[in-house]
Design a protein. Structure first.
Length: 602
């Protein structure tokens, strides 16, 4: 075991500066040549990560500081990607818990810290964004201490080391009033406070697979930490699966993380985090052993899904016009491939050969998968998300979430009223100096479906909304979370015309614009009232020989409200679907014909 190795994960709430801090650690480590231009958010390599500014997939990098090799794992900050956090913590010996110097601990801070405590890890607390005008580090430290006590931290964990940073400026210091003009104090702090990798003296290999990657040249790449012994290139090994089945394999390549690249090496030892190739049947949680001592490591615990959706073959009149992969086999193969490394995702076949039940950790978790599929050329239909209930001692239980809302004071009454209707329980209310209100609630996951879209409309995009899974509790009897308003439904197929759209504008908010192709049964807008209304949006103004030049009224159309994937998932009711193609997102009724809808409603 190399005593100069340190393995850490970086955990934080969304937007507390985690990825920016990793950028600085890499930049100032001297691992890049001076002339090399380094992009912002180096670790967020996926398109959706760059667009949304969040970390979705955990990634491993490493830095060299003096004689030390520090492996750093960037973990997702959102609770929907908790499966990633679970696996990563099994590879590390400490975590950098990054907290905003003004905001303090937030819902995801609680979520990721709780995971660290379950792995008996003592966090290193990094108070980031210390350069903020309204930073309050002492208040933040008190709040972190209260959070740790609330999470039943041990005395050792309560005695947490603290360092201050400004990731954006690339500065750090042991005292916030005496900051160094570089990040070097953080390197030293990590080395001092991160334990050496734990290991038992043995030359016989034992390693667990915590992550999977894929290369069309190398096949499946297994990533994990060596718990015991030494691993060598071309070594014969035994693999023990989660179900205790044993098979034989051979290590082809051993890859060591070096900066943003992987470097091939001939051998590695206990404490190292490495990637291996040559075993194409690898699964997450598999144990790789020396053939002379076949013993599995404890299975990695991953929280079960809380939400499910139905993924179906596109059955709309516009099917196969915009996508490349359109049949059930294509969709199922893609979903199975995703479930190999996305361990929180569960796929089940249904009685309908064209429909699959897909379960995940939340709406965001599933919407990321859907967005990736549409960008890859898939066409499909998805249903409204449904909560997964569980039975415990003959009692039906549903998941609850802690939510934190930050809004302008003027929206306080409307938000409290809306959450009250959804049976949310108010836990805390604070008003800050800027007259913004912070509300903390405990609420069922079922009640939150559709609320995020409503929240954006109420606060006109000025509100902040955070949520994290709390626990399971007895199911609420009342049906909550359904949309109140009805929708406007097209009664025919064709091109939408400005004249027809103009005369529908007073009936609600429209989702379509002039010249757009639509079909019968497609949802074209939100009705002002609580009932659905079937309308004609393709008929133009009738021509007559009595029309005089210059007597036509001018048509002014209000800009349409284009729905993106997340708002569409929040918007639809149980009798509706979202049609997803590489070019379009359309809302539709499950039954396209009006007489079918009436028949199935009665």
């Amino acid at each position: 075991m190399n005593k100069y190795v340190r393995n850490i994960a970086i955990i934080a709430h969304v937007d507390h500066g985690k990825t920016t801090l990793i950028n600085q650690l890499l930049k100032q480590s001297g691992m890049f040549k001076k002339h090399k231009k380094i992009q912002e958010r180096i670790m967020d390599s996926h398109d959706l990560e760059k667009e949304r500014g969040i970390t979705i997939f955990s990634k491993i990098t490493s830095i060299k500081y003096k004689k030390y090799h520090i492996n750093i794992i960037d973990t997702p900050g959102h609770a929907d990607f908790g499966g990633e956090v679970e696996r990563i913590l099994s590879m590390v010996d400490s975590v950098l818990l990054i907290v905003d110097a003004q905001e303090g601990p937030m819902p995801q801070t609680r979520f990721v810290t709780q995971k660290a405590f379950l792995h008996n890890i003592k966090p290193i607390v990094v108070i980031n964004k210390i350069d903020k005008k309204n930073s309050r580090p002492n208040w933040v430290i008190d709040k972190i201490f209260d959070l740790f006590v609330d999470l039943n931290a041990t005395d050792k964990q309560l005695d947490f080391p603290i360092i201050y940073t400004s990731a954006i400026l690339g500065t750090a210091g042991n005292e916030y009033k005496n900051m160094k003009k570089n990040i070097k104090p953080l390197y030293k702090f990590i080395i001092k406070n991160t334990p050496k990798p734990k290991h038992k003296k043995s030359k016989l290999l034992q390693m667990q697979i915590s992550q999977l990657d894929y290369s069309k040249y190398l096949g499946i790449i297994g990533i994990g930490k060596i718990k015991k012994g030494i691993i060598k290139k071309n070594q014969n090994v035994k693999i023990i699966t989660k179900k205790k089945k044993i098979y034989q394999g051979k290590i082809n390549k051993i890859l060591y993380f070096c900066g943003l690249k992987k470097k091939e090496i001939k051998k590695a030892k206990a404490g190292d985090i490495i990637a291996i190739t040559g075993i194409n049947k690898l699964k997450i949680s598999d144990t790789i052993c020396d053939p002379n001592k076949i013993k599995s490591l404890p299975k990695l615990k991953v929280e079960k899904p809380t939400v499910k959706m139905l993924f179906s073959v596109n059955s709309s009149p516009f099917c196969a016009k915009e996508g490349k992969y359109i049949n059930a086999r294509n969709i199922y193969e893609r979903l199975k491939k995703e479930s190999i490394h996305n361990v929180s995702l569960k796929i089940k076949k249904t009685k309908n050969n064209n429909t699959f039940s897909v379960s995940g950790r939340g709406e965001l978790h599933l919407s990321i998968l859907i967005e990736n599929m549409r960008r890859e050329g898939f066409e499909l239909e998805v249903s409204r998300p449904k909560i997964i209930f569980r039975k415990k001692k003959q009692e039906k239980q549903e998941p609850y979430e802690n939510i934190l809302i930050d809004i302008k004071k003027e929206h306080q009454g409307t938000i409290i009223k809306n959450i009250g209707i959804r049976k949310g329980k108010l836990k805390n209310l604070n008003i800050d100096k800027n007259k913004r209100v912070q509300l903390e609630y405990l609420i069922t996951s079922r009640a939150l479906i559709g609320f995020r879209n409503e929240f954006l409309n109420i606060t006109s995009g000025t509100g902040l909304f955070y949520s994290a899974f709390s626990h399971y509790e007895k199911k609420e009897k009342k049906i909550i979370g359904q949309r109140k308003n009805g929708v406007l439904i097209s009664n025919s197929t064709g091109k939408a015309l400005a004249y027809a759209i103009y005369h529908l504008q007073n009936k609600g908010i429209l989702f379509i614009t002039h010249g757009e192709k639509i079909y019968e049964g497609q949802i074209i807008g939100l009705h002002n009232r609580n009932n659905d209304l079937t309308v004609n949006c393709i008929t133009g103004k009738k021509l007559t020989n009595m029309r005089a030049s210059g007597t036509d009224e001018s048509i002014i159309l209000t800009p349409c409200n284009k729905m993106n994937l997340e708002t569409s998932i929040d918007f639809i009711n149980d009798d509706e679907l979202i049609e997803i193609t590489p070019k379009s997102i359309r809302l539709r009724k499950k039954f396209l014909k009006e007489n079918q809808r009436k028949k199935n409603k009665s």
